[in-house]
Design a protein around this ligand. Structure first.
Ligand code: PLP
Length: 408
């Protein structure tokens, strides 16, 4: 996105701000759609835990995506943003039966990943069709935190437990209308993905009334200029062929669903923050920004890389900096980074700040969470205002301490 536009947006806020480029979200969506243009019934459900501002959800709805949700609150946000509940899928893990029932009553597709829940839900609501989340036990994903397909993962029903699923379905007379997998984030190896897909096809053959097969997500996006990414086009070509063969074999045209989060929004997001001070120690030059892991926790939480660019001095001579925040804990955004010379007051731009950035922000250190801006139709729209002290205290209650008590 144009640096001068970002700079002018940063200048209008006196605190850190997230900016999302709607055009980039749209082009990622088109890219995915085009890669799977050989599929008659393609359903792309945006995994909204990546970035859940209701204007982002509204944009997704206007483009024609469905929604992948993990909490009843995400479902409610989606409905508020205009989604038809029929285009929402609920893929929770470890939530209460009441929550699942509440979401089902809204007309949302339920996806169950636990045998005990399947049995309880099927016994009580045999008329509501459900999707089952399978764990194919394929090791995939960028690191052990985000890889969720391994044998000891808490996600999904083990592929070895299919006989038990079938027993529950027979006993309860419930209907399974979809099979699903999601094996982790940052999957690079298409062959691994296709291998997991074959396991899902084998599973699908065991259920005669399916409407869809959901291949989850986990597409890797590039984090630096020369970084590798999932080859969506190649995956599209190979999976389309296999999926269409499968449908012929199954005897019915099924929907092919995906639920990308990161792929749609990661690169469209820019986090902008101001440099408060430059501090030199015996070994390091620190650039201290007006932010911390209260705003962007991925580098500290996952060791994630975000490119950092000085948009106030883009042509400046490059020097080495360690970029840190203002939180009273170690909060390093990037160590020993080559960045165009930084002066106090400059605006730094963090790339790949669309997915799992704002949604993981907090009020730690009693700081305000950042504002959010959507660039749409060549205009900057504020889609979340900056917080104020009222937001911090709105749910807090100061009780009366005027009554004297003796403290021994
Ligand atoms: C988080 C999540 C996704 C999205 O994963 P990305 O790596 O952001 O694409 C998809 N499906 C489920 C079930 C998820 O929990």
């Amino acid at each position: 996105m144009d640096k001068s536009i970002l700079k002018s947006i940063a200048d209008t806020f006196n605190d850190s701000v997230y900016v999302y480029n709607g055009d980039q979200i749209q082009s990622q969506f088109s890219r995915l759609k085009n890669a799977f243009s050989g599929i008659d019934r393609l359903q792309i459900n945006y995994a909204c835990k990546a970035l859940s501002n209701i204007s982002i959800l509204g944009l997704m709805n206007s483009m024609g995506t469905g929604l992948d949700t993990v909490s009843v609150q995400e479902v409610q946000l989606g409905i508020k943003a205009g989604f038809d509940p029929k285009k929402i899928i609920f893929t929770p893990n470890g939530v209460s039966m009441e929550e699942i029932e509440e979401v089902a009553s809204l007309g949302v597709q339920i996806n169950i990943d636990n045998l005990s829940v399947l049995e309880q839900f099927g016994s009580k609501h045999p008329k509501i069709p459900v999707c089952i989340r399978i764990n194919p036990h394929v090791m995939a994903g960028g690191n052990s935190n985000i890889s969720v397909g391994h044998i000891d993962s808490k996600f999904g029903i083990s592929i070895h437990q299919i006989p038990h699923i079938i027993r529950i379905v027979e006993n309860t007379k419930m209907r399974i209308n979809g099979v699903h997998m999601h094996t982790g984030s940052d999957i690079l190896d298409i062959e691994v993905f296709l291998h997991a897909a074959e396991i899902l096809f084998d599973t699908a053959l065991k259920f005669k009334n399916l409407d869809f097969i959901d291949f989850g997500s986990g597409f890797k996006v590039p984090y630096t200029d020369n970084d590798i990414e999932t080859n969506i086009e190649e995956l599209g070509e190979k999976l389309t062929k296999r999926f269409n063969e499968f449908c012929d074999n199954y005897g019915k045209k099924l929907n092919l669903a995906f639920e990308p989060g990161k792929f749609l929004v990661s690169q469209a997001g820019y986090f902008l923050t101001r440099v408060n001070s430059i501090k030199q120690t015996t070994s390091t030059v620190f650039a201290q920004v007006n932010s911390g892991f209260n705003h962007l926790i991925r580098p500290m939480f996952y060791g994630s890389h975000h490119d950092i660019i000085n948009i106030s001095n883009p042509k400046g001579k490059e020097r080495f900096y360690t970029v840190v925040g203002y939180i009273c804990e170690t909060d390093t955004f990037g160590s020993n980074r080559k960045i165009a010379e930084i002066n106090e007051g400059d605006i730094l731009m963090f790339k790949n700040a669309g997915a799992y950035c704002f949604t993981m922000s907090s009020n730690y250190n009693s700081r305000f969470r950042p504002a959010e801006v959507l660039w749409h139709n060549n205009r900057a729209h504020t889609i979340r205002k900056q917080e104020t002290l009222d937001d911090l205290i709105s749910n807090q209650i100061l009780i009366d301490f005027s009554e004297k008590v003796e403290i021994n």
